[in-house]
Ligand binder design. Structure first.
Ligand code: FE2
Length: 241
């Protein structure tokens, strides 16, 4: 079965719409969302609706957490906090209640899905964790693959024996080694920070034992105009290009 793993949409409906078109064109059977559907971008409510209407498993991201737990707001820098204040006004009461039900971890067909870092961190960034710790945690996980988001960057890390290897994560199909464990950072749909401005997502094929990294073009200007029209920090629009 092929599963599209999407993350960090951040209210960018233009990007999400094009990603769904790509997923449909490739006839992908399932989708899992690693959280941060909201924050920074202009259409959080529409994005949450799309995910819910399609009954896509939605894992709690730090931006959803910031909206349901005010004690957590201090964790964010001031521009992000002001983005979350605007985001809150754009969300329905129903969506805010729904966020309280989101799981921090999802396990499916022997793989783990979490927003930040395994086993279950919503807030830890991959780049904060030393290699020895990544290796230790991957080896201790019962699952062979763990998918993460949060950094908006792409990363494919293999643990084999006592070695951790950072593999090149290029677009296209990537075969996996059955004896290795993997940490897969799927990038961001709505606000990529991997040096390329296209939306990214990953297709996991558990039968073929492969990953496939997809780059998807969308109308960045349109999203940027919507962001500026809503008085979000200008940086939220500029960083998309
Ligand atoms: Fe994010």
């Amino acid at each position: 079965m092929r599963t599209a793993v999407i993350s960090d949409i951040h209210g960018n409906l233009e990007a999400l719409t094009q990603v769904f078109k790509d997923i449909e064109k490739l006839r992908i059977e399932a989708v899992i969302c690693l959280g941060d559907c909201v924050g920074y971008g202009p259409q959080p409510e529409e994005v949450v609706r799309e995910i819910r209407d399609r009954r896509i498993p939605f894992i709690l991201g730090n931006h959803e957490l910031g909206l349901v737990d005010s004690s957590y707001l201090t964790w964010f820098n001031p521009p992000t906090r002001s983005s979350l204040r605007i985001t809150r006004k754009l969300l329905s009461a129903d969506s805010l209640v729904y966020f309280k039900s989101l799981p921090p971890v999802w396990i499916e067909r022997g793989s783990r899905f979490v927003h930040g870092f395994p086993p279950n961190s919503i807030t830890t960034y991959l780049y904060e964790v030393p290699d020895e710790e990544i290796l230790r945690i991957l080896k201790a996980l019962p699952e062979r693959l763990c998918f993460i988001g949060h950094t908006h960057d792409l990363q494919l890390i293999a643990a084999l024996g006592d070695r951790l290897t950072y593999l090149p994560f290029k677009r296209g199909i990537q075969p996996l080694r059955p004896e290795a464990k993997y940490l897969i950072n799927v990038g961001s749909v709505g606000q990529p920070r991997d040096g390329n401005n296209q939306a990214k997502y990953v297709i996991w094929d558990d039968q073929a034992d492969t990953l496939r990294l997809r780059y998807v073009t969308y109308n960045i200007v349109k999203t940027a105009e919507k962001i500026l029209g809503l008085d979000f920090p200008e940086h939220n629009a500029r960083r998309l290009f």
